[in-house]
Design a protein. Structure first.
Length: 200
């Protein structure tokens, strides 16, 4: 007679193993990974945007923030990246403003008002703007205005005196010089040119 098994097979083993495995597995692992990735993605996008813009030339914090906003980067992610970039010196609005004033005043002859307007358009805060343009003295502005007027006057030799004055004052105003300084610089340039013509 065939012998009967001494014990019944463990009926629950096959059934319970998958249930236990599924129940005991770390439930958050699969769920958290996408969440972390989703959370990091905006900051990665912000970082790429900032680095690409900074490769071509220095930028203000506000310029980078605007670029990130246009690409749909959430404000908190943008702020986190911008803060880190400031910490390591990749963003420095004080240095940007100082270099901007030096370059634009020396190279383009811009007055303090025009320089301040340009910095404000780039999002530089008011105190930083004032500090940056303060290095341009009244004597610096006067010298720059007269040099600009003399250069521009060379293309107006056939025009009446009043037309020359009007055009020079308008040009100097666009360059950021006050009306009084623009008028005095224009008159000085025109008077000198007419004196040279008369004496010649």
């Amino acid at each position: 007679m065939p012998s009967r098994p001494t014990s019944d097979p463990p009926e629950n083993t096959a059934r319970d193993a998958p249930e236990n495995t599924a129940r005991d597995a770390p439930e958050n692992t699969a769920r958290d990974a996408p969440e972390n990735t989703a959370r990091d993605a905006p900051e990665n996008t912000a970082r790429v945007i900032a680095l690409r813009l900074l490769e071509s030339q220095p930028r203000t914090r506000a310029e980078l923030a605007r670029a990130m906003a246009r690409r749909g980067v959430p404000p908190d992610a943008a702020t986190a990246v911008l803060d880190r970039f400031e910490d390591v010196g990749l963003i420095d609005d004080d240095a940007f403003a100082a270099a901007w004033v030096q370059s634009r005043h020396t190279g383009r002859g811009l007055g303090r008002r025009a320089l301040a307007q340009e910095l404000r358009r780039r999002g530089v805060d008011e105190q930083t703007v004032r500090d940056a343009v303060s290095v341009v003295s009244s004597d610096d502005e006067q010298t720059a205005a007269r040099a600009l007027a003399q250069r521009r006057l060379r293309s107006m030799s056939g025009l009446p005196r009043e037309t020359q004055l009007r055009r020079l004052v308008a040009m100097l105003a666009r360059k950021g010089f006050g009306h009084g300084l623009a008028l005095s610089a224009a008159r000085a340039a025109v008077d000198t040119a007419h004196e040279d013509t008369a004496s010649g």
